[in-house]
Design a binder for this molecule. Sequence first.
Ligand code: BES
Ligand code: MN
Ligand code: ZN
Length: 495
Amino acid sequence: MNVKVEESDIFTYEGECIVLGCFETDRKHLAVLDKKFDGRISSLFKRKEFTGELFQLWLLNTLRKIPAENILLVGLGKKEEFDAEKLRKASGHAAKFLREAGVKVFATVLHHSEVTGASVRFLAQTVTEGAVLANYKFVEYKTVDRDKIRFVDSVVLLASKNKKDVESGVNEAVVVSKAQCWVRDLVNSPPSILTPENLVAAAHLLPKSVKVTVFDKKRIKELGMGGILAVNAGSSLDPKFIVAEYKNSSDAPIALVGKGVTFDSGGLSLKPAQYMEDMKMDMAGAGVVLGVLKAIAELKLPVHVIGFAPLTENMPSGLSYKPGDIVTTFSKKTIEVLNTDAEGRVILADALAFAETKNPQAIIDLATLTGACIVALGTAAAGLTGNNHSLMDKVARAGDAVFERCWHLPLFDEYKEMVKSDVADLRNLGRPDKEAGALTAAAFLSAFVEKTPWAHIDIAGPAWSQEDKFYWSKGGTGFGVRLLVELLKSWKKNL
Ligand code: BES
Ligand code: MN
Ligand code: ZN
């Protein structure tokens, strides 16, 4: 989908349909239009057919009183309660409605809707994000009735003033949202297609300013990454380790680490069928890291970022790693494996310690790490822990700004005690195993970051959507792309 900015307004735009926001009260901006329409808008309100209730839609034929044929009124609810996320949702809601109606091109003035404290640029960005993300559908494997699959081709933001600001917001949103849709494609691809090798192939599609290095199994062995090798042992497919660097600043790098389990069966501690269904999504962290690199390289952000992605399947076989095994990781610390389904932390142990050898100023990891984090927070927020509160606050603030929320969870010493092993340095399962699962996992990871400010984002919940609504579609969400781009944009300012 492409997004354009046109220097016109609802009275001059020559196209099929214009999306227009409308609050429950304060409808002053509709007065002129209402008059042109011989009071048809105010009578809608009088009859309470359209009330402006949040996300209510009403399609109005213009009877050619203006050049456009239709106006889609979108309810924005109560003005005092309106915010950027409601705007993003309203934009997505309208886009999905028009898409299913077969509309290919529409204009919108939703970015004129007031959000307290927000600039025109930010509003244009938010409206664009909503529309681009809403238009996403994973249809690659649909063969029947392909001609009935509908997409919007282009959206036009009408800007009679502030055109430059609107354009700037639109351009950034298009880059970031398309990167986010690319991550969705990676996450939604079947696990026998999106193998470690093919995820590497995807990394090679990144912009040229991202230098991609890939370690194969031999190199992973030489480096002593015993965690990755252990998890990989049961798989017929070789592991890979991606190092992707974007350097557009002389500062020490910011390390982004993403869990890349291309399919998590649980291994010998096999998952029940029902829990395995969606486990192609267990590489979402790695996908997001690649998506962020794509976006920041296209935006040419003045930052130095290195992405690290350990990639493997977690499979049962006669060669699988076993409960009771002890593995030596890259840092030389040893792990007693008690549950082969707690594999994310085992590969991240290698990746975090390896990332630290690049002397980064900070390490941020994203991982679909624990079901326990979904129990705690659901899909509404990611769990946020780490060893440095100022870094964690920065992450949380960036998340709030773009509505990819992260919620602080504690990393008490008690949790660190719970992952100490009797026979090795650490155990990959908490003790007792049912308590504080998201936090014992985080406590385990913390042992592999020695000296660097570190934040851990458990995205198990928000990485996946069960809903096909607003700007989401069922499956991968790409959660984390907007958040990290926002964080990197404001990195220096907030230091
Ligand atoms: N990939 C899963 C976590 C997960 C679950 C992500 C559901 C998304 C949705 C992870 O590898 C896992 O299996 N974790 C176990 C850990 C347990 C064995 C200590 C879990 O959360 O049950
Ligand atoms: Mn697992
Ligand atoms: Zn997993």
